[in-house]
Ligand binder design. Sequence first.
Ligand SMILES: NC(=O)c1ccc[n+]([C@@H]2O[C@H](COP(=O)([O-])OP(=O)(O)OC[C@H]3O[C@@H](n4cnc5c(N)ncnc54)[C@H](OP(=O)(O)O)[C@@H]3O)[C@@H](O)[C@H]2O)c1
Length: 287
Amino acid sequence: MILVTGANGQLGTELKNLQTQFSSLPLVLTDVAELDITSPEVVQAFFAQQPFSACINCAAYTAVDKAENDAETASRVNALAPEVLAEACLQKGAKFIHFSSDYVYHNGLDRPLREDDPCEAKSVYAKTKLDGDLRVMAANPNALVFRTSWVYSAYGNNFVKTMLKLGRERGHLRIVYDQIGAPTYAKDLALLALQVLSDEKLSAQKGVYNYSNLGVTSWYDFALAIFEYGKVACTAEPILSVEYPTPAARPPYSVLDKSKFAADFGLHTRHWRVALQECLQELGELS
Ligand SMILES: NC(=O)c1ccc[n+]([C@@H]2O[C@H](COP(=O)([O-])OP(=O)(O)OC[C@H]3O[C@@H](n4cnc5c(N)ncnc54)[C@H](OP(=O)(O)O)[C@@H]3O)[C@@H](O)[C@H]2O)c1
């Protein structure tokens, strides 16, 4: 049995959808109502009740700008709770899979970022995610942490859904073109977690790995692709980040170097454009 936390979010919902394809990995799906990961007592009780072979932690505080004024909650969800889950997994001999963010590499480098590059967290969200990575790996050296970027899906709130909505409503949008990264379809991230857990050799891997879809883009070019594939009649104007100030700082360059992942996992990763088209199809928005 595999414990999934934060199962109502983007990643958790994609795991739920993949259940039938991975029937040998029964999932126990929980979100805050069933398992508030910030309560160590509740976590301990959950682990005492059921013999989990793994835990996929999809729970997170992902409201990046809101976190600037809510550091305590963000820290409890993104750093302290993952440490407790990681410890519980170690005690029970269960694999722990956790997810982190490209924002931890806000280090001024402008070439694909490697796991051993210096980490620099400039926003509250980034600081809590980095703290979480460090706590998880210190508590449970067998854990796997996937740092990912620009996550979207057919569920919840994300850039793809916002662009479809605002593009249709407004017909013209100003979009930042000086932040460079790579989008990640949450379905691909969910598939990765289940592929890892269904393979003995892959689930023996441990440590921090970068993972996103392949390719590189800016938010502006990502939006243009959404408009093109989604047949949204919207024009876009490229603007600088300084023209669109946000409470939390975003890294100007956060393309993740995936060579460590490719070498150690050997799993197929698809290009962000291919994944985007599948997501739009799922939303009934592919032209
Ligand atoms: N979204 C991105 O662009 C992005 C980019 C890079 C990395 N990541 C990382 O990827 C992972 C998955 O992100 P996602 O986009 O799937 O996140 P998401 O959609 O925000 O889902 C997170 C889920 O966790 C739940 N949650 C919050 N506090 C909880 C608690 N105390 N106990 C249990 N559940 C709780 C949330 O509930 P509520 O909605 O009710 O709060 C939500 O259902 C996260 O680790 C995130 O940091 C995301």
